[in-house]
Ligand binder design. Structure first.
Ligand code: MLC
Ligand code: AMP
Length: 497
């Protein structure tokens, strides 16, 4: 099944039900109005040359127009490439060169940023369209090509350990698998109201939030970005029944409630957390303040959602629960041999939720999968884990390769090190994750440079070349980096790692 068909089912059953409100403008859309605008946007995009299989970048924060554009692009059979608007020239250049989009959709308020980014010829080859100038009515219907379930719906870039980003090719079938399993597992109903403050450019906000809600025929209260105080007010709206967030957001809500007072949130039926580990202490503090036990679940860009604590049954802090319907998981050793429950090892998963390939990257695709004796193709998640020997609940134990999770965004040390090494004074650089109560982790840099090296100038240089969440929170100038006899860097010997 493709996603368009899945979404059309609910739309035709309840055209006049409210599908979406965009909090920042107060505008609402029924299911039928969303579709009307998607058709108008589809016609607009078609006139600008977008056709089936074209890649179209959306470089924007959340808005109603973003959602209309998503619907329009999928109905045209195009491939959506959502991009974090915090990205700067270096990050954008790579994505534009790699996925060669037909069009780039941006927000009017970022027109100057796009113009000044220095993307040069790369941007000249792309049609740039403002999301704020999208038409609301259409005079003819856009084309409706046959969209296959294996067709790619999204390319989502995840930073690579090599410093090179990889585009995960997420098919319609992958989306349908994640969305239908979550709708069943979390008991989504048409009467649900989701408060959505997660960005739509990641799978958490897009798949777990938006697409589940629209599939269930529920209503979405969308915010441009997360603001703790506003969220706490909106959670008190009796129409809100669900809230999903990354741990940094829960940390901020808890801090705010502890400073003021915890409101009555008894009408909310489910709080979920994911994208990064939720500290057991925050789990407890949230329960103390609100009476709610947060349900923690686990996913990835490449796999959609994999594991979840149960809706009914024990939600265990510091675990991500059991496999979602249709997902299999196993823990293996370094030779890809399956280990019994209770032992720690590498987590691999398979199921219709898992992508088949990375865009334009056959070698990275080959490395990401391993075939077992029965011919099953397992995806190497890069996460370490252990199944509880009695319950089978999965505990995640960290990444097998370096990746810093800051506020639910990935920061790959190698990428930051490469930028640091472009700084004129810096001879060597090592970046490590440092625990942080709010962000989970932040990147710290150790650099070998002359005494004259000014850490502030290095930070400014990083800000020019990296999205701000990747900029090291401290730069330590050191005489040498710790290395073993073979000359291999020993990051664990760095202070603070
Ligand atoms: C923002 N900043 C961050 C940051 N986000 N710094 C470190 N880590 C982050 N994650 C910085 C900004 O660059 C800025 O720096 C300063 O904080 C304030 O910026 P802001 O824009 O006002 O921050 P804010 O909007 O409050 O952002 C915080 C946040 C955001 C928690 C709302 O990080 C966020 O939306 N995180 C969610 C990420 C997410 O959805 N991940 C899902 C991935 S999918 P300066 O210096 O410029 O002022 C996935 C799979 C799965 O993982 O299982 O779900
Ligand atoms: P991304 O590459 O942005 O899709 O992030 C996926 C990664 O986020 C996973 O591989 C995990 O390392 C991490 N992650 C997602 N959910 C959780 C969770 N509940 N607990 C710990 N880590 C998580």
């Amino acid at each position: 099944m493709n996603l368009n068909t899945l979404l059309a089912v609910r739309r035709s059953q309840q055209p006049h039900k409210q599908a979406l409100t965009f909090q920042d403008t107060g505008r609402s859309w029924t299911y039928a109005q969303l579709q009307e605008e998607a058709l108008a946007m589809g016609q607009h995009l078609t006139r600008h040359g977008v056709t089936q299989y074209d890649r179209v970048v959306i470089w924007a924060e959340n808005s109603g127009a973003y959602i209309v554009a998503l619907m329009a692009l999928w109905q045209l059979g195009a491939i959506v490439v959502p991009v974090n608007p915090r990205y700067r020239q270096r990050e954008m250049e790579f994505i534009l060169a790699d996925c060669t989009p037909q069009a780039l959709l941006f927000e009017e308020c970022n027109r100057h940023r796009l113009r000044d980014m220095g993307l040069g010829p790369l941007l000249e080859r792309v049609t740039t369209l403002s999301l704020d100038q999208a038409p609301l009515v259409h005079d003819e219907s856009p084309p409706t090509p046959v969209v296959g379930s294996d067709d790619t719906a999204l390319i989502m870039y995840t930073s690579g350990t090599t410093g090179r980003s990889k585009g995960a090719m997420i098919s319609h079938n992958n989306l349908v698998a994640t969305v239908t399993s979550l709708v069943a597992a979390w008991g989504w109903q048409a009467g649900d109201g989701l408060l959505l403050t997660l960005p739509l450019f990641h799978v958490h906000g897009l798949e777990v939030g938006l697409l589940c809600a629209l599939t269930a025929g529920a209503s979405v209260n969308l915010h441009r970005t997360f603001k703790a105080q506003t969220v706490l007010q909106q959670l008190q709206d009796p129409r809100t029944t669900l809230f999903f967030a990354v741990p940094t957001m829960y940390f901020r809500l808890i801090r705010f409630m502890e400073e003021t007072a915890a409101p009555d949130l008894s009408h909310i039926r489910l709080f979920c957390s994911g994208s990064a580990p939720l500290a057991a202490e925050d789990h407890k503090r949230f329960q103390r303040l609100t009476g709610h036990v947060i349900l923690e679940r686990y996913g990835m860009t490449e796999t959609g959602m994999n594991y979840s604590n149960p809706l009914a049954g024990t939600r265990m802090p510091s675990t991500v629960g059991l496999p979602l319907p249709g997902v299999s998981g196993r823990i293996v050793d370094d030779q890809d041999q399956e280990l019994p429950w209770g032992q720690e090892g590498h987590l691999q998963v398979r199921g219709s939720n898992v992508i088949s390939a990375y865009w334009n990257a056959p070698e990275q695709t080959a490395r990401a999968f391993v075939q077992d004796d029965l011919g099953h193709r397992w995806f190497r998640t890069g996460d370490m884990g252990r199944f509880d020997p009695d319950t089978g609940y999965l505990t995640l134990l960290g990444r097998s390769h370096e990746c810093i999770l800051s506020g639910g965004f990935n920061v790959y040390p190698r990428e930051v090190e490469e930028v640091l090494l472009q700084c004129p004074d810096i001879e060597e650089a090592a970046v490590v994750g440092h625990p942080h109560p709010e962000w989970g982790e932040t990147p710290l840099a150790f650099v070998v440079a002359p005494d004259s090296c000014d850490p502030e100038a290095v930070t400014t240089f990083c800000r020019q070349h990296l999205a701000s969440f990747k900029v090291p929170t401290a730069i330590h100038v050191v005489p040498a980096l710790p290395r073993n006899a073979m000359g291999k860097l020993q990051k664990h010997l760095l202070p603070c790692s």
